[in-house]
Ligand binder design. Structure first.
Ligand code: SAM
Ligand code: SF4
Ligand code: SF4
Length: 363
């Protein structure tokens, strides 16, 4: 296996964020090249989450193995350093580990998988780890089988997912894995947030909160819109308990600044005062080949028709891309944690919260 070069990749990330700062304050037209790619290996799925549109139709004519390998070659040539394999459920594809190994062999050594983990049995886990994947987001949408399966639509999925997650955590130290438990906050489960925090601490796994949205291409459905409607009073009541837990023991839990973002999300999905670094960091390669610049971008071009380099160099793509950074967009809240993480003000807010000078009630 090729050596991982964390310092070289971190240096490139540091340059990326410096360029973003220049873009924000000095040169709004500066083009910032993406460093990461989301690879939607399939839009199909084995679960039926109320918050998601993937499973509601069968997507056909997805990129085949040879087409994905060509995409990966192009991404490597573009200098992409991180590939996130996602979907739909990426592990539904039998060739998923092979494609991951191919990305690694082409020099993309930061490999990450988003999965519901139902298919991550010992054989697949070994194949995915052997391919070089060292980072996992495992989705858990409730602290017990009743809530998780009500949201995720399939009986028996809770025990499977928690079992797979626990097995990964057991391998974490030996293989230096990064494992996060992703909880998507929505109308059907927001009351469970305090219990999810307790579960994360019991499992000793970092909790990440996705915030339900109906704006991005995977999540457009009437039922999803209902899941994004949560009243302010309900959010405030939940966050009061969350804040108590966070003050008692913050291990494995989100930061104050992230919870503060959550507090506004369901009222103001755009939060335009926070630029969207996520849209500059990533390229989105859809399962049927469209190339998008962010989670809610309705992509115009397809890898089946044009090279990726040509697509992202086109005037149309660049204009869209510039607008995204300033949040001249639909807004979605995707990866708000990244958007917060490079802002000194977020770190200051967290320090002030620790000093008792900020509160979720007043943020
Ligand atoms: C679309 S899934 C793809 C990977 C895999 N199938 C899974 O569930 O982890 C990626 C993440 O999106 C989250 N998600 C689902 N519906 C969402 C919504 N409406 N808004 C924001 N995130 C959502 C899921 O919970 C999951 O953590
Ligand atoms: S959130 Fe993930 S597991 Fe749930 S339906 Fe969508 S793609 Fe499938
Ligand atoms: S916040 Fe806007 S620019 Fe960022 S990913 Fe969402 S829709 Fe795209």
């Amino acid at each position: 296996m090729l050596p991982v070069r964390p310092w070289a990749d971190r240096a490139r990330l540091a340059v990326f964020f410096s360029r973003l700062a220049v873009k924000e304050h000095l040169r709004p037209g500066l083009h910032v090249k993406p460093l990461a790619a989301e690879l939607f290996l399939t839009d199909n799925c084995n679960l039926k989450c109320v918050s998601c549109a993937c499973w509601r139709t069968v997507t056909r004519k997805e990129l085949d193995g040879a087409e994905w390998r060509d995409v990966i070659d192009q991404l490597a040539a573009l200098g992409i350093v991180k590939a996130n394999f996602t979907g739909g459920e990426p592990l539904l594809r039998r060739d998923a580990p092979e494609l991951m190994a191919y990305a690694y062999s082409r020099g993309i050594r930061n490999l990450h998988v988003n999965t519901n983990a139902v298919l991550l049995d010992e054989r697949r886990r070994t194949a995915v780890l052997d391919a070089g994947v060292r980072s996992f987001n495992i989705s858990v949408d409730g602290p017990d089988a009743e809530i998780h399966e009500r949201v995720r639509g399939v009986d028996g999925s809770f025990d499977k997912t928690i079992g797979r997650l626990t097995e990964l955590v057991e391998e974490r130290a030996r293989l230096k894995l990064r494992v996060r438990m992703n909880f998507t906050v929505m109308r059907s489960n927001i009351e469970s947030l305090p219990d999810m925090m307790r579960l994360a601490q019991r499992l000793k796994v970092q909790l990440y909160l996705n915030l339900a949205t109906d704006r991005t291409f995977l999540f457009r459905a009437g039922q999803v819109t209902l899941e994004t409607r949560i009243g302010t009073e309900q959010i405030n009541a939940v966050l009061a308990e969350v804040e108590q837990l966070l003050r008692a023991d913050g291990r494995f839990l989100p930061h104050f600044s992230e919870l503060s973002y959550l507090r506004r999300h369901f009222d103001d999905v755009l939060q335009q005062d926070l630029p969207c670094a996520e849209s500059q960091l990533k390229l989105m390669i859809h399962s049927t080949g469209e190339v998008g610049g962010c989670w809610a971008h309705d992509a115009h071009d397809n890898v089946r028709d044009k090279p990726i380099a040509e697509i992202i160099d086109s005037r149309r793509y660049r204009d869209d891309h510039d607008r995204f950074f300033a949040k001249d967009c639909k807004g979605c809240g995707s990866n708000y944690a990244l958007n917060l993480a490079w802002r000194p003000s977020s770190h200051l807010d967290n320090l002030l919260w620790h000093a008792g000078l900020r509160s979720l009630a007043a943020s």
